[in-house]
Write a protein that binds this ligand. Structure first.
Ligand SMILES: Cc1cc2nc3c(=O)[nH]c(=O)nc-3n(C[C@H](O)[C@H](O)[C@H](O)COP(=O)(O)O)c2cc1C
Length: 189
């Protein structure tokens, strides 16, 4: 892959929030999951634990927990998660936080490490012709206890974020991105 291919894939990746009902073959699911463990991690700590939920009845229960909380907060539940065919929940065992010798910034390194695993999978999703929506609500303290109980995730672990994955049923609108000149500052701000 050269730079133009990489930039093309990066530009192609979009948040998809409407999915077709088509199931995702297991080999495709595994290809998405495989890239997560190659993500860079601070001190090579690899703190991620990934729960991939394929079974419809379990996904339905997750959606119910999330939607009940939306309704309790007077918000409209999003449609995407109920249509997606795969939930990828990225968790972390805080015991695998980077070692203190790496400095005071271990917390920020821990979370950017977890974000790397998510982004790698989001890129794999795009490369395979699928789409994904971040469902950050999964980490809300109002729901994460119920999600852990449902999935048997240890209470000491952190639920970091979730990707809801499926075949896109929508063409995303062009997005507005800040320009190179606005974002990049050579030498001094
Ligand atoms: C850390 C993170 C959390 C996000 N959480 C959500 C979310 O909970 N629900 C959602 O619909 N989109 C979520 N998004 C998607 C962003 O809204 C989206 O990336 C942004 O609007 C740019 O659109 P694009 O992904 O199509 O480029 C999240 C993105 C990131 C990086």
């Amino acid at each position: 892959m050269d730079y133009d291919d990489l930039l093309g894939l990066i530009k192609q990746r979009r948040s998809i929030r409407r999915f077709k009902p088509d199931p995702i073959p297991d080999d495709i699911v595994n290809k998405i999951l495989e890239v997560s463990r190659w993500a860079p991690s601070c001190g090579n700590s690899q703190p991620w634990e990934i729960v991939a939920v394929k079974r419809q009845s379990v996904r339905d229960e997750i959606v119910r927990i999330l939607n009940d909380d939306y309704v309790a907060k007077g918000k409209e539940p999003p449609a995407g998660p109920a249509q997606a065919q795969l939930f990828i929940i990225v968790c972390a065992n805080p015991e695998n936080k980077p070692p203190a010798r790496l400095g005071n910034q271990v917390n920020s390194m821990f979370y950017s490490t977890l974000g790397n695993a998510i982004l790698y999978m989001a890129m794999a999703v795009t490369s395979l012709g699928l789409g994904a929506q971040w469902v950050s609500h999964i980490a809300d303290p109002a729901v994460d206890g119920n999600i852990k109980e449902l999935l048997g995730i240890p209470t000491t672990w952190e639920i970091f974020d979730m990707l809801a994955v499926g075949y896109p049923d929508v063409e995303p609108q062009p997005r507005s991105m800040r320009s190179f000149g606005e974002v990049v500052h050579y030498d001094l701000y």
